[in-house]
Design a protein around this ligand. Structure first.
Ligand code: GLN
Length: 553
């Protein structure tokens, strides 16, 4: 039997609803239950892949090729359950589903309305594609209670609970209890108001999770319980913590999982949070340090490279160390139409133990990124290239080592020698038919999980410890395999290829401490308790670099 938990948020955005849902999922898992998490987004975009990372943070990609919200990344990292395309639903998808039904004539002439048609569709999407043995389905409703866009979702979950029975559903509301310094007091009024707003729409929260920077005094808890019409033990303190991996520990200590089970009349052994404590301990007392420069484009918004930061942290924690990450806007390594002189690049980058070139789109900053690649290549600095990072590594090498001065990606220019381009542009034997996903060639993204074979004895092979791997992709352009031999002759090995041998998936430099790049986005698959092998190897190389630097001093 499946129990349904709905997570809403009040007062303000950015309170960590996604983390709260993910943490509750992890706690229930630690008590032996099977969970699935999903997210409903009030925005109208049908495909979050079209939204700028500057505005909305990272686009998280699932194995089955959906471009989703970054909260699905939290869910995967915290529970280890791989998300699917059906776990992320937007208003746009619901409307387009209802509208296409209307076009097909499925409504038999009825007037199609928000209630019941949109709300019915939301309810269908809540339970769509959930395995029978899932004990808890946790659904997060994006946005803040009171938003106009969120109204159909709130009404749909109210109706859903009515239909499924209140004994099978639970409403958890995350709210803010701010500390007002001038009064030296925590204030409960905003939380009361957000609960009132929910009640007005027919929803009585069962659990009130209170984000606060100070301990929640008993008097505040009693007040919230009285005015929100709930037992005091269901008003749960959610205090600020140093690292997100501490959240499940503090929520459990505050009684969250216990109250959820009590509410459903379930019993289960207390969760064993040993492994969470271990990573928090490593976080607090790292034994080694390294600093990594991430030379990218969306460096202004912390969330734009969310999974990347997490993957580096997971790897550092597994090495019982810490990495400090410096986000460098690649265009600051450029001056007008050229990269800064190498002496200036060296000044900017020589203090780092590793350089990472992340994924991205468009030409802006590419000269700066390539200058960083040149610096890493020539100075034996560990370097990891991801997606665009791989493409630029190949172009940099072609320009500066093979002497193909006009080497470029067709993403940036129609002119020049296209070492990177759309598959459709090349008329070399067989290359045209390589895309296997069934999508039309050209102009479409290669999305989701693809298999890759690694060259025996390569650093990539050594890092993964496996000959065949699968990683998630999100890109349009590919390196032209026709240059493989020329590149290899000068020291750039294509160390991973698609099983048909036609798409280069990984590259590395033969005569370098550690310079590896991948066409995929391995960061999406890293988890705190299963750090990603490629990040482990890269961060390991950065720690070695730091160690050598110290010895040289
Ligand atoms: N813009 C490049 C492409 O579409 C790289 C994409 C990426 O880095 N995710 O191929």
């Amino acid at each position: 039997m499946t129990y349904y938990i709905f997570v809403t948020g009040g007062v303000s955005s950015s309170l960590g609803k996604g983390l709260a849902a993910a943490s509750l999922g992890a706690l229930l898992q630690e008590r032996g239950f099977k969970v699935r998490l999903r997210k409903f987004e009030p925005y109208i975009n049908v495909d979050p892949g079209t939204m700028s990372p500057f505005q909305h943070g990272e686009v998280f990609v699932t194995d089955d090729g959906a471009e989703t919200d970054l909260d699905l990344g939290h869910y995967e990292r915290f529970t280890g359950v791989a998300a699917r395309s059906t776990d992320a639903v937007s208003t746009g998808q619901i409307y387009s589903h209802v509208i296409s039904k209307e076009r097909r004539g499925d409504y038999l002439g009825a007037t199609v309305q928000v209630i019941p048609h949109i709300t019915d569709a939301i309810q269908e999407f809540i339970v769509r594609d959930v395995e029978e043995d899932v004990d808890f389905l946790i659904t997060e409703i994006g946005g803040t209670v009171g938003d106009i866009e969120g109204l159909p979702f709130i009404e749909a979950i109210r109706q859903f609970a009515h239909g499924a029975g209140r004994g099978k559903t639970l409403f958890m509301h995350l709210t803010l209890v701010p500390y007002i310094a001038s009064a030296a007091e925590l204030k409960t009024k905003p939380a009361q108001h957000s609960v009132k707003e929910l009640q007005r729409m027919g929803i009585q929260p069962d659990i009130l999770l209170c984000r606060t920077e100070k301990p929640l005094p008993e008097s505040a808890r009693q007040k919230l319980a009285l005015f929100c019409n709930m037992p005091p033990e269901c008003v749960i303190e959610a205090r600020d913590v140093e690292t997100t991996y501490e959240v499940p520990i503090t929520y459990s200590q505050a009684g969250l999982d216990e109250q959820v089970l009590r509410r459903f009349g379930l019993e289960a052994p207390r969760p064993n949070l040993e492994k969470w404590h271990t990573i928090v301990d490593h976080f607090r007392a790292p034994k080694r340090h390294a600093s990594i420069a991430i030379v990218g484009k969306y460096t202004g918004l912390k969330d734009a490279y969310k999974s990347l930061g997490e993957a580096l942290t997971h790897a550092a924690l597994a090495h019982e160390g810490a990495v400090s990450l410096s986000w460098i806007d690649a265009s600051t390594l450029e001056n007008h139409d050229s990269a800064l002189p190498m002496t200036e690049i060296a000044q900017r980058l020589s203090s780092f133990d590793g350089i990472l070139i992340p994924g991205g789109h468009g030409e802006r900053g590419s000269l700066g990124k390539m200058a960083a690649i040149t610096f890493a290549r020539e100075n034996n600095i560990p370097c990891l290239g991801i997606c665009l990072g791989l493409q630029l590594s190949v172009i940099e090498f072609a320009r500066n080592v093979l002497g193909i001065k006009d080497a470029v990606s067709s993403e940036f220019s129609d002119e020049g020698t296209h070492l990177v381009g759309l598959l459709t542009e090349w008329d070399k034997d067989g290359v045209k038919e390589t895309r296997t996903s069934g999508t039309p060639l050209g102009g479409t993204m290669r999305l989701g999980a693809y298999t890759c074979d690694l060259v025996a004895g390569s650093k990539s092979h050594e890092a993964y410890g496996a000959a065949r791997i699968s990683e998630r992709h999100r890109h349009r352009y590919e390196v032209n395999m026709a240059y493989a031999q020329d590149l290899a002759a000068k020291g750039l090995l294509i160390s991973g290829v698609s099983p048909d041998g036609k798409l280069p998936e990984m590259i590395e430099l033969k005569d370098h401490a550690w310079f590896v790049a991948t066409q995929a986005h391995p960061e999406f698959k890293s988890r705190p308790f299963a750090p990603h092998p490629l990040f482990l190897a890269f961060v390991g190389a950065c720690f070695d670099h730091e160690h050598k630097k110290e010895r040289a001093l």
